[in-house]
Ligand binder design. Structure first.
Ligand SMILES: *Cc1c(COP(=O)(O)O)cnc(C)c1O
Length: 397
């Protein structure tokens, strides 16, 4: 037998973390790495955050899981906090980002179909990432995710990201809504323009379409706003959240206005684990820390410092780096076309103890914990600097 016990769908590297301390991961062999990946935008309070850890420990010992057939004081409390701090009137809890997007797609269709309309098509945007379930791969135009899994779920139309005219032209009498990441994550940290996001909101209003936002990666304080759409001064009808929402505990949420959720009535949707007391304890603990102006301002300030440090630094290596973009602590460094970003990410990890993530458009993705400070920024620049110098020397020889 040659197949590995872990189904070999990931190209796993040699770094094998067994412990985390703040912004650092410690591997099986004792080596330490500065974690500017955060489990891909998940561990937003770093590793071993005392408030989050304590909340999970206490809840685990008290009550871990009960069925959604029973009343949920823990779920009601966290849902109420989400309702109080966002556009939403109601929340469905899931176990992952893809499930939150699934729920959002179902809600958008049900908004129309529960009222006798047959609209089902969702307009999505090229190079988007919405997850790995059948519906969410179908929602993305990325063929590498489709291969071997046909037939896809029908009803998605792909339009160029940030192309408002294209989005407008794609609307038909079958259109149910738009699904878009305000800041594309996997696609290469590409923020939508103000005009595009406001334009989609206006088109949705004009044609009675659901504006569905996928804020699985850019949401929960990552962008410097609690949710990234706030940066554009618009509100969605439906929104998927996950990743950072549990600070490392796996769960997600589909948030909606009362109007948008009109099809989501008793019996239409469900999840065995969704919103269990343990997940809700994690969510409440994360919200205790992040859902206030002081924390968000901290993310914006730290983000600006990190961005400025990067912008200044990359000027020294024009052969390697092109530009920095993003918002808050969701930053991307576009690499020059003669550098393969995946190689550079591996080089930083293996030779310099720095964890980053490769993204589309040859972009180095930086997603540090949101509570890093000057010390971590300085260490990051040191490591990046040593990494860039060594990489250039290696390439030249
Ligand atoms: C990660 C991600 C998802 C999928 O989340 P999972 O928890 O892996 O299912 C969906 N949308 C976006 C924008 C993401 O970044």
């Amino acid at each position: 037998m040659t197949i590995t016990p872990l189904m070999p769908v990931y190209p796993r590297c040699g770094f094998r973390p067994v412990r985390g301390e703040g912004a650092w991961l410690i591997s099986e062999d004792g080596s330490r790495a500065l974690d500017f990946a955060s489990g891909i935008a998940v561990n937003l309070l770093g590793h071993g955050h005392p408030h989050l850890t304590k909340a999970i420990q206490e809840q685990a010992a008290t009550l871990m899981h009960v069925s959604n057939l029973y009343g949920s004081p823990q779920g009601e409390k966290f849902a109420q906090r989400l309702v109080d701090t966002t556009f939403a009137d109601t929340v469905f809890f899931t176990n992952s980002g893809a499930e939150a997007v699934e729920c959002a797609i179902k809600a958008a269709r049900a908004y129309h179909q529960s009222q006798g309309s047959d609209r089902f098509e969702i307009i999505t945007f090229k190079n988007a990432f919405h997850g790995r379930t059948m519906a969410t791969i179908s929602a993305s135009n990325q063929e590498k995710m489709h291969h071997g899994f046909s037939p896809l779920l029908s009803g998605f139309k792909y339009v160029e990201f940030d192309d408002l005219e294209g989005a407008k032209a794609a609307i038909s009498d079958k259109t149910a809504g738009f699904l878009v990441e305000p800041i594309q994550g996997e696609g290469g940290i590409r923020p939508a323009s103000d005009e595009f996001m406001k334009g989609l909101r206006a088109l949705a209003d004009e044609h009675d379409l659901m504006l569905v936002l996928d804020e699985v990666q850019c949401g929960v304080a990552r962008s410097g706003a609690l949710y990234a759409h706030e940066l554009y001064g618009i509100e969605p009808d439906i929104m998927a959240s996950a990743k950072g929402i549990g600070g490392g505990f796996p769960f997600g949420a589909c948030l909606a206005t009362e109007k948008a959720a009109r099809g989501m009535v008793v019996g239409t949707h469900g999840s065995t684990y969704g919103g269990n007391p343990l997940a809700m304890a994690a969510g409440n603990a994360v919200w205790d820390v992040v859902a206030n102006d002081e924390f968000l301002e901290g993310v914006r300030n730290t983000g600006e410092k990190l961005r400025a440090a990067i912008a200044q630094f990359i000027g020294n290596y024009p052969e390697l780096f092109e530009s920095v973009r993003g918002s808050g602590l969701m930053l991307g460094v576009r690499m020059n076309d003669n550098v393969v970003v995946r190689e550079f990410v591996g080089h930083l990890r293996d030779n310099h103890g720095l964890l980053t993530v490769a993204a589309g458009d040859n972009t180095l993705r930086l997603l540090p914990p949101l509570n890093i400070g000057d010390e971590e920024i300085a260490t990051f620049i040191e490591k990046l600097s040593a990494g860039a110098a060594a990489y250039e020397t290696a390439k030249a020889s």
